[in-house]
Each structure stands twice: as C-alpha cells, then as structure tokens.
Design a protein around this ligand. Sequence first.
Ligand code: CP
Length: 325
Amino acid sequence: MQTNLKGKHFITTQDWTVQELETLFNLAKNLKLETARGTFNHQLEGKSLGMIFFDPSTRTRTSFEVAMTQLGGHSIYFAPETMQISHGEDAFDTARVLSGYLQGIAVRFCKYGAGNRYLKDLQKASRVPIVNMQCDIYHPAQILADYFTIREHFGENTRGLKLGVSWTYAPNYMRPLSVPQSLILLMPRFGIDVTLAFPPEFKLMSEIVKTAQENAQRSGAKFNITHNMEESFEDADVVIPKSWGPWVHTQKSEEGLALIEKYPQWVCDEKKMALTKSHSLYMHPLPADRGKEVTPAVIDGPHSVVYQEAENRLHVQKALLSLIL
Ligand code: CP
C-alpha cells in the first residue's frame, strides 16, 4: 500500500501506480462504509478546493462539493466567465495565485485540443495538486468510480473479467473522447480484458490506444478493437456503451453530427444485452440519451447499476481528496 500521496496531481490514472490506486480504492471502501454509518471524518478541516468549470456538470460538481463538505473542508465553484480568465489571464498566473489560497485546484475543460493542455499548464505553475474533473482526453474520476463499482460486484480480483466498451448513437452534440479513453487505459491494468467497438470514423487517439495496448500487454490482459457492436457484448461481464464524437476524424461540428446520423442502430438494447453473461452489469457515466443510445428497458432493467456508479463518484473522490490534499 502506498501512503505518501500528499501533493500528487490527478490528471490521468496513468500517472498513478497500481499500488497507489489500490490505496485509493481501499480507502474509498472505508469511506463508503463510514458514510453508511453516518459518521464523517473531518480530516480536511480548514482546507479549500477551487473548482473551475469551463463545461456544465451535474454529477461531478455535486460529488466533489459534497466530498469536500463531508471531509470537513470547503469548495469554491468558479465559472471562468466570472474570473479574470475571461480577460485573458493565463494558466500560469491563475495557478500561481490560486495555489496561494487553495489546497487543491480542480478543473473541467473538455474543448478538444485545449482542455488537457490547460491542465498541464496549470500543473507547471501550481504549488498544490491539480485535479482533472474531465478534459478532452481523460475523465479519470469517472473511471475510478467505474472500476470501484466493478469491484463491488465482482470482488477485488478483477483479472479475467470481460468488459465491452462500445460507441453508441446519440445525436445533438459531439461528446468528448475522455470516458472511453480513460476506460481502456485503466481497466487492463487491473487484468480486465477489454473489447472496444466503434464505427470506423469514431476511432480514439492513437497514442492512447497504444498506451492501452501496452498496459494490457504488461498485465497479461486482452485488448481487442472491433467495428462490430455485438462483438463487444458477447460473453461480457460488464458493458459500458456510450457515445463520443468523431474528433480524431473531424473537428467540424456539422460533419461530425452527420457522421453520428449514419449509425442509429448502435443502440444498447435487450437484444444486445442478451449476448452478455446472465450476471452482467450495464454501466454508463451519465447523462445517457435515453431512447437513443440505450433503451429504457436496459437502463432501468436488472443489469443496470448506473445510479450506484454515479454515487460511487462521491466515495472515490473523497478518497482521492483525502490522499492528495
Ligand atoms: N458523468 C459525469 O461526469 O457527469 P456530469 O457531466 O454531470 O458531471
């Protein structure tokens, strides 16, 4: 177990060793039990987390704020348009100044090609940990909750479990690549076999896929890519079907939305769930586009653990903040 994590940044799970992540998951389990008992350890008393949201959020904002409250600390919500960021104050000065007041700086910035770069710029100047609340490349806090939920159902030894990560049809806007990319990076490190499915135009960033393949090779897990949604469901213990935009193929919104419209049949329905194991879990980070990417019968059905998964955001983030702030 690794205990010297104070001050550690959290931009991607890739920067954390398996041992460090094990510490976090063990602590999250204890904190969840404490929450169930209604007892809260105020170990972050007097500490403040600043949270800058360039993009909207329901779960992430609420779960991080509540995490700070339950740990005895304080959180501050910043909308960039109310900060001097809107007048062009750069990441260096923002991080230097804020890290004189705060014990942690959390950021959501999903703009393709800009979000992760901004987080890294903050990291260079900050004297306190930078926490990624979702960028264009990673959504590490979501994936902590996803893996924690899988452990709750299957136990701590997740080696050999089969996970299907699939693109789904969801219109109206191009969702970030961050969830599928973070899933394929983390899950093989814990021995989970991953099958990733998407239509040809929806490929993920090549350097992320390469790292995911290396992670799988190192742990002995399997990592397959297919353009057939059903294949990712066959014999799966867990499926996480969700939409993302064709960012690598095109960053033009009109072109991207038209590409999404080519694949309305990529929906998670009962027929596809029937291909999975009888005990399988249906997971989704939410918000889900009900009736488009998933049928109500699945998301409200016996395989679905989406609300447990959403609640677990709170518990893993409490563990994260306890360890690094
Ligand atoms: N899953 C997730 O990050 O939800 P929000 O966008 O509501 O924060």
